[in-house]
Design a protein around this ligand. Structure first.
Ligand code: IVH
Length: 709
């Protein structure tokens, strides 16, 4: 067994390297503690640079003494050779499935409670049964096996009896401890769900789309976070798996050393989860104790209301009888425990019919086939359109008018056709299907020729800004939340502005007279004033947002950030030679050429000049400034509404200085930045004595970190 004091509160490792082996052990212990604070507690205690420094020292020591490299070393998270295939793993304790409550209404919870009470022989007069209520994560079940405190194997569920050995890939997940934090039983199997956060999924797909556009072969996008997580877990090359950001939540155990052999004696499931947390596993903060049917129903309703706003997909909640002796008493039916149930929410994927396929014109003239659907309620909204991305995708999925398709919508992601349901041919002669989709030869909006360049997946309208659809999209792209953000400037309004001839180029937005605006249909004087105020507000922006907002082909948010960081100023970006552009991480020949082409055109430079003349500004840094990590290691929490910055802008500015922006306040928070109507986070900060500052003080810190400290 590993002694506890080595990990719980690791002493600062001795600075000298007299005994390299002892130094290696001390370094590992320290790095494990910091990794746990960073990945699991979301509360780093040292700057990243400090972690990196010790990490590099460990790498060097291990290179000099390869005989001492151990599987649980933090250096072993990435690497390893690509596998040919995964070895089968027989589970010591089968991985069971769980019964699904068919009633998706809140009343389903009451039915489960009624069944449990009946099985336990409880009457009306008896006390309420205590449960643990948990989210049902939509990922993949994993079994993590620790022997003497060290991760020795990670396996998928497989058929419940036999799974696959995915240890190498799972090691790359920062949230999975390689070694337990505190004294643990000699055998411990932890079960939980590996999943991909929605933001990570969106970023991954965005990256994949950029790669596909750049002509990388064999790349694809993923249908949903679950599918992307499954792909990463079962990726044969651990180096690629390591680039797919996965997360993990623990929700149970498999084989554990018996109490008679010195193992732990848990009384309740809730205790078990708390112990897992103490051993270093992430346990969801949404896990709660619930007494009786009423509290289960309340939990189901409450989590259901939060579902779309959660950073990850859940497909329901799970209720588990809390007391383990009651669990034992209830036992199993075939392969499902009687003491647990999954209570699902309405699905984020649904079947519907394709009524037609339209072609929409995008910002850069891209022609996108869009399936017109029979209205279907999915992921909380009624969906009537779903993108088919491009001609190849439409053909690969072979979507045709009249087909029945699977439509997916989760969170606020745009609805998508996932696949076609094969037409049934029960009666031997299936109904004839519609025509295979083909792109029209001309733009459906302006009639210009539709062209597909060599090696491109997309057709484009060749009309440029002659095409009103492209003008509209360019404005919408510029005004969106992730670009310069003009609140309230949505598609209906842009349609009107462009159709009325009020906006032809972006700077026109900032020259709109109040009278012309108020004269638009459905536009009262008040809303016109609001729009002007929003336009005024949007003038203070950031360089990456501005560059992204220009809508240069292949320049997504990530690329815009990288460009801003590398060059510091807009002029430097605009005037950079192709080879200088290519020195920026992520910028290859295609993106570089696209940037050069854009900024070589006088009319584009003129748009930039005029936007600046209209008052658009952003902070600029020194040319070729590397990331100034002046706030590295500091954790901020943002709450309320700020006078000039949006929360997103503030977050970006802090992160650009190396600070971390966390979602909740803890003792480890360095500053809470509070704006108007700050809520519980402010109260919590005051309780914990965390310094509370306003936007102005935050700006001062960004300018000079010594100032406010
Ligand atoms: S408990 C005996 N808890 O749902 C009970 N499962 O079981 C075993 N799942 O693929 C499962 N979130 O991976 C449990 N909070 C949670 C869960 C959960 C997701 C998954 C699990 C399995 C499926 C059905």
């Amino acid at each position: 067994m590993i002694s506890m004091d080595l990990f719980a509160d690791a002493p600062e490792p001795a600075p000298s390297a007299e005994d390299p082996h002892a130094r290696m052990l001390a370094l590992r212990a320290q790095l494990h503690t910091w990794a746990h604070q960073y990945y699991v507690q979301d509360a780093p205690s040292v700057p990243d640079a400090e972690y990196d420094r010790l990490f590099q020292e460990l790498v060097a020591l291990e290179a000099a003494h390869p005989q001492w490299v151990s599987a649980d070393s933090p250096t072993q998270r990435v690497g390893g050779k690509p596998l040919e295939q995964f070895a089968p793993v027989r589970h010591a304790v089968p991985m069971l499935s769980i019964r699904t409550e068919t009633d998706t209404q809140a009343s389903g919870a009451a039915q489960f409670d009624a069944r449990v009470r009946k099985e336990l022989g409880l009457g009306e007069g008896d006390a309420a049964v205590q449960y643990v209520a948990e989210p049902k994560f939509d990922g993949l079940a994993l079994n993590l096996r620790y022997e003497h405190g060290v991760l020795v194997q990670a396996a998928t569920r497989g058929d419940g009896e036999t799974g696959e050995d995915v240890t190498q890939n799972i090691r790359t997940i920062g949230q999975v401890p390689l070694r337990l934090l505190a004294s643990a039983p000699s055998v411990l199997e932890v079960r939980g769900e590996v999943y991909m956060r929605r933001d990570a999924f969106e970023a991954l797909n965005e990256r994949q789309r950029e790669r596909i556009a750049q002509g990388h072969k064999g790349e694809k996008t993923f249908v949903n976070p679950r599918n992307a997580a499954a792909g990463a877990v079962r990726q044969l090359d651990p180096a690629i798996a390591g680039q797919r950001p996965l997360s993990f939540y623990a929700y149970g155990v498999g084989e554990v050393t018996a109490p008679e052999q010195g193992g732990p004696a848990f009384g309740t499931h809730y205790d078990l989860l708390q112990t897992l947390k103490a051993w270093g596993f992430p346990v969801s903060s949404l896990v709660e104790l619930a007494c009786g049917a009423t509290e289960l129903v309340a939990y189901h309703t409450r989590i259901g209301a939060q579902r779309d706003a959660l950073p990850f997909d859940i497909d329901g909640v799970v209720y588990k009888v809390n007391h383990l002796n009651l669990q034992r008493q209830l036992g199993f039916v075939t392969r499902e425990p009687r003491w647990a149930v999954a209570h699902k929410y309405p699905a984020q994927e649904q079947l519907t019919a394709v009524l037609g396929i339209d072609v929409q014109v995008g910002r850069t003239g891209k022609l996108t086939p869009v399936a017109k659907l029979a209205p279907v309620f999915v992921g909380g909204v009624t969906v009537t359109n779903a993108t088919l991305h491009n001609e190849d995708e439409a053909r690969r999925k072979d979507v045709r008018v009249g087909d029945t398709v699977v439509v997916r919508r989760a969170g606020d992601v745009i609805p998508e056709v996932v696949s076609v349901v094969p037409p049934s041919s029960d009666d031997g002669h299936a109904a004839p299907r519609g025509e295979v989709f083909t792109m029209p030869a001309t733009c459906p909006v302006c009639g210009s020729a539709a062209v597909r360049e060599e090696g491109e997946a997309d057709y484009r309208c060749s009309g440029g800004l002659y095409c009103s659809a492209q003008r509209k999209q360019a404005v919408l792209h510029f005004a969106q939340r992730r670009a310069v953000e003009v609140e309230g400037l949505g598609d209906k309004l842009v349609d009107q502005l462009v159709d009325a001839g009020l906006v032809t180029t972006l700077p026109d937005l900032y020259r709109l007279p109040l009278e012309s605006l108020s004269a638009l249909e459905r536009m009262a004087e008040k809303s016109a004033q609001n729009l002007l105020a929003a336009l005024e507000h949007s003038k203070q922006t950031t360089l990456p947002r501005f560059v992204f907002g220009l809508g240069i082909r292949h320049v997504g948010e990530a690329t815009a950030k990288a460009l801003a960081r590398h060059f510091g100023t807009l002029d430097a970006i605009m005037n950079a030679a192709l080879e200088d552009l290519q020195a920026v991480p992520d910028v290859g020949p295609v993106v570089g050429l696209s940037l050069r082409t854009f900024f070589d055109q006088e009319h584009n430079r003129e748009v930039v000049r005029q936007l600046r003349a209209c008052g658009l500004t952003w902070p600029e840094g020194p040319a070729a400034a590397p990331l100034k990590r002046t706030l590295a290691g500091k954790t901020f929490v943002l709450t309320g509404t700020f006078p000039t910055l949006s929360r997103e802008q503030a977050k970006e500015m802090l992160e650009a200085c190396g600070a971390k922006v966390a979602g909740s306040v803890s003792k480890k928070t360095d500053y809470v930045v509070a704006g108007a109507e700050a809520g519980s986070k402010l109260t919590k900060a005051q309780e914990l004595g965390v310094p509370v500052i306003d936007e102005a003080a935050m700006q001062a810190l960004l300018a000079d970190p010594e100032d406010g400290a």
